[in-house]
Design a binder for this molecule. Structure first.
Ligand code: SAJ
Length: 401
């Protein structure tokens, strides 16, 4: 059985490799020539624990090839981005629609198109079904893997398969069952769409709760981490970690789909998203208080540690640091200095690529991301004023959220 995986990004690449390792014949397609060339040279295109091994094993099986062309096969897996429209907050399904159109140009009747990209409930009915001009089966199998632990989760997570017919759903479930030891649940398409968005919304709302607690505690001189630590000893309480904001292409995006589609109803979700979005500004406000307390007026010696949206990944999409810098541009003339061990190219001004150089040029360090590097090198900060948004620094001279 042949599978064509469309889109070789953060989800498509590991998915195609896992499928190949499970014994399927896989062709990975991406219209970005550079990605395909790199993969064909044996270079993995992003950093992720275990990805290189997965890649090397898949190549050894001889089951996988990479190309820019769409293929004539039995199964297609579409894993392309689904951003949201900043004004309407609704899902922008353009990439998925285009990928399906391209598949329809090459596939034969009887083929099955599995959409892994996250879409809001009803998108497949409203935007994909009207363009279907062949007898193909449409399935939604929303991806669920978490960056930082993707390879483990691909092998162990439960999967949701949404299909119009139980028979097709079961067939696709059988394929996914060969890649994961988690339960594979079959449902209808709209329910599958909804479950995925709900999962990420659940997390967004819970992070917002922790962030709001951080603001309340900060306002009234309480230690939010102490409060959460104690509350979480209750058998039915499990509060997440407050932080400098929410980034990435999932939790900071998907809940907006529900706000966009159900604006009158999704009140709690809307409030939660605004709370998370307010955190970079809150960090900036807290930092200005710290500077004032220390009689520092020169922002040019303030540095942000971390640019990625979370620890130990190289993905900086929608990252809290980028959000903070956007906000800072509007309010402060002096640009802050920035360093991240995972970002090799220059993406912002005043960016450093060496930790020691960075530390030489700053007196105040704002820990935005808890990369293992800074946890292992915390002693290098002992003479700095530290603002730790991640609660990882135990040094005496540290300020927290
Ligand atoms: N964050 C906090 N506090 C926390 C946890 C996270 O502030 O307690 C922040 C992170 O720093 C980051 C953001 O939230 O900026 C999101 O990080 P994350 O690790 O919670 O999740 P993602 O976006 O990397 O991956 C999520 C996962 N969804 C859920 O856990 C419900 C993953 O399983 C999905 O596959 C992924 O979204 C996706 O692609 O949709």
């Amino acid at each position: 059985m042949k599978i064509n995986v469309i889109g070789l990004g953060y989800i498509g690449l590991p998915t195609s490799l896992t499928m190949a390792n499970a014994g399927f014949q896989v062709i990975g397609t991406d219209y970005n020539k550079k990605i395909v060339e790199k993969l064909n040279k044996g270079i993995v295109t992003f950093k992720e624990d275990g990805l290189e091994d997965l890649f090397n094993n898949a190549i050894k099986t001889g089951n996988i090839t990479f190309t820019t062309e769409y293929q004539k096969v039995d199964y297609y897996i579409i894993s392309v981005p689904t951003p949201y429209d900043k004004f309407s907050k609704k899902v922008d399904a353009t990439y998925v629609v285009n990928a399906v159109k391209d598949v329809l140009n090459v596939c034969e009747d009887g083929a099955t198109i599995i959409i892994e990209s996250t879409v809001s409930p009803g998108t497949i009915e409203k935007e994909i079904k009207p363009i279907i001009n062949k007898k193909v089966n449409l399935v939604h199998a929303p991806e669920r893997i978490i960056p930082g632990n993707m390879i483990y989760e691909l092998k162990h997570n439960s999967r949701t398969i949404g299909a119009d017919s139980k028979e097709i759903g079961e067939k696709v479930a059988e394929i996914y069952g060969k890649t994961t030891d988690g339960e594979v649940v079959v449902t209808d398409i709209k329910s599958a769409e909804m479950t995925k968005v709900v999962e990420n919304t659940f997390r967004a709302v819970n992070i917002a709760f922790a962030n709001e607690l951080a603001k309340i505690c900060s306002h009234d001189g309480m230690n939010v981490y102490e409060i959460i630590r104690i509350c979480n000893k209750h058998p039915r309480v499990n509060i997440l970690n407050p932080g400098p904001g929410v980034g990435g292409h999932c939790i900071s995006v998907d809940p907006w789909f529900l706000v966009g589609d159900y604006p009158q109803i999704a009140q709690l979700i809307n409030a939660a998203m605004h709370i998370n979005d307010s955190m970079p500004e809150f960090v900036l406000k807290r930092v200005s208080e710290v500077l004032e307390e220390n009689n520092i007026t020169d922002y040019s010696r303030v540095g942000l540690y971390g640019l990625t949206y979370k620890e130990n990944v190289d993905d900086y999409r929608e990252s809290p640091t980028l959000q903070l810098l956007e906000h800072q541009k509007e309010h402060l003339a002096t640009p802050l200095k920035v360093y991240d061990p995972y970002i090799k190219e220059d993406i912002v001004s005043n960016q450093y690529h060496d930790l020691h150089e960075f530390l030489k040029d700053v007196d105040v360090v704002i820990i935005m991301v808890k990369h293992q590097e800074i946890i292992d090198n915390m002693n290098l900060l002992k003479d700095k004023i530290i603002f730790d948004t991640q609660n990882v620094c135990q040094l005496p001279n540290v300020y927290k959220l």
